[in-house]
Design a protein around this ligand. Sequence first.
Ligand code: B12
Ligand code: SF4
Length: 633
Amino acid sequence: MLDTKRGTTRRFQLILIKPSHYDADGYVVQWLRSTMPSNSLAAVFSLANGAAERRVLGPDLPIDVIAIDETNTHVVPKKLIRRIAAHGGLGLVGIVGVQSNEFPRAVDIARPLRAAGIQVMIGGFHVSGCLSMLQEIPEDIRQAQALGISIFAGEAEEHIGEVIEDAARGRLKPLYNYMKDLPGLGNIASPPFLPYDFVQRTVGNVTSFDAGRGCPFQCSFCTIINVQGRKSRYRTPDSVEHILRMNWAQGVKRFFITDDNFARNKDWEAIYDRIIKLREEDGMDVRFMIQVDTLCHRIPNFIEKSRRAGVTRVFIGLENINPANLIAAKKRQNKITEYRKMLLEWKRYGIMTFAGYILGFPNDTPESIRHDLDIIKKELPLDMLEFFVLTPLPGSEDHKVLAEKGVWMDPDMNKYELEHVVTAHAKMSKDEWQEAYRTAWGIFYTEEHLETVLRRAYACGINIRSLMPVLFWFSSAVPVENLHPLQWGIFRLKRRRDRRSGLPLESPVVFYSRYAAEIARKAALLAKRWRHLKGIVRRVETDPRAKFYMDGALTPVAEEDSEHMELYTQNDAARVAVERERRVAGYHHTNGYTGNGHATSGQKRNGQSAAETPAGHHHDHPELRPEINPPAA
Ligand code: B12
Ligand code: SF4
């Protein structure tokens, strides 16, 4: 419809931007191809399109929804301002899925928009986490509100219509707080979806969706349980099928299921059964990466069905191998005595394992970290390990406790990307801790260990040609780009004018000559690393004995592990943990259970643990009641 008065077409413009964050020099981290489309953006984009189809602004005011991912697309505020002006001045810029490390960038994007009178709203984990855990709204969010930015805490599923209507009337509230009102996901009509041209701007033709939200555990560094809750909320198998079919139709067949812990999605089995049907009966060869906890192998059928459902990669929150650290972080469900069983079980099904490892728990020192990593390399059959600095993320219990005690935390949110040390440690100086993070990558990804990982994978029937690029990615990001692999992309784009507010504009000569030198240096380094890894792959493939490769990590779990393996004997906490597990196993034996894996054929007996109670249903697993300690013998 044309608005004759203004000579413009009146259409409400809903522009959704997933922001990036700043690198160490204050430039926006942006790529020609970024890692993966953001599920937060997919979720809000789809909900907004649903509202547009429902014509929530009435039959005479259509809504255009535009999505922009700043990790691969240049955000030009002037263009957005012109676009809104050209459509009758009606619009809202929603900055979506904003993590703490992205909050400063989100506010910088908003500044020129607000100056031009455009309505802006910020949602995502930073604001939701702060509002759920802190007594008072922190200074950075208040400053954003002072700029006239509206804050949305909570989930958009049931509120997107209200936001659009308020924006269309020019009456956005400073705060929408729906933290106590988390939606069920089962009947959401518009599940996460992004069109193909969007997915194309990322690496590997993969997209993502959340099949559920919430996790039952209580890790003190975790934000998820305080934002999305501890109760499992999940999409129906119909809804998951709908997401898969929409993507299949546009040629996207690979998915990252973003649930922080898919093993604790209460409907995992029904969802898997539907996917298995799609794969085995309808010929849809869809593949997945999922995230799980370290006790998932004890859920009957979980790993076997993962394989049948097309899971090829699994991310596991290993976090640490020192039980004293795990207890300090309330990560009691992580039992070092289960790590090998769990990893070997994934290997048995030919699924690649990625694990997260956190550095900076109370008992960590530079020496202990180095020692722990040596043990992991020798004794745990992991394909990929990625490191994070223990960070009191806004929204976590750790952050809340430090804030209440008035302990120093770096006020610069841009640093909360789990690569910077942002608070103090009892046993390491700030520099030592930072250095321990930087060197961890080099300690783990040595040339020798890269070959070991490839040999182990080859012997387990994993396709090492698809493992190689992943190893390349994870082993190269920090040494070459000085960025975490999860933030990496293909070909860094840097714009002189996209610099953090408050920092000076550099001269074109300085800026472009440094940029060109960086591109040349990185290209040379990457080519060398790629050739090197290719050489290892060739060596493994042409070695006639490679199929029979065996080492300590691949050795089946056996009783004597606890006497020989350093994982179980390295310190008192480890020995106590092993002893405790033995007592628990003994207890279960005397109660007629089948024991939890200190059997000599541990691999075969996985899953026949205390979990397999006479009741037999996986929701009765003791690990689903994480706050209850196992009974003492
Ligand atoms: C998937 C994921 C990723 C993917 C992202 C790509 C993808 N495929 O989505 C990858 C692996 C690349 C990634 C990377 C990182 N991630 Co991440 N990630 C997640 C994860 C597991 C799911 C995100 C998601 O999709 N959630 C579901 C969506 C729908 O929820 P949502 O974002 O909150 O959006 C809802 C509401 O907030 C609201 N909303 C959001 N925006 C807006 C905007 C408007 C206008 C409105 C009205 C509403 C609204 O409505 C949405 C729908 O309900 C979360 C944990 C989690 N459970 O959310 C961590 C999480 C977001 N990541 C986190 C972090 C720290 C990172 C990293 C920095 C480091 C790391 N741990 O890997 C990196 C780097 C990111 C970067 N800056 O480049 C933290 C952030 C915590 C914080 N306070 O900042 C989280 C919470 C996990 C944690 N460790 O606590 N991540
Ligand atoms: S296992 Fe721990 S860190 Fe992972 S989502 Fe659950 S509570 Fe958070």
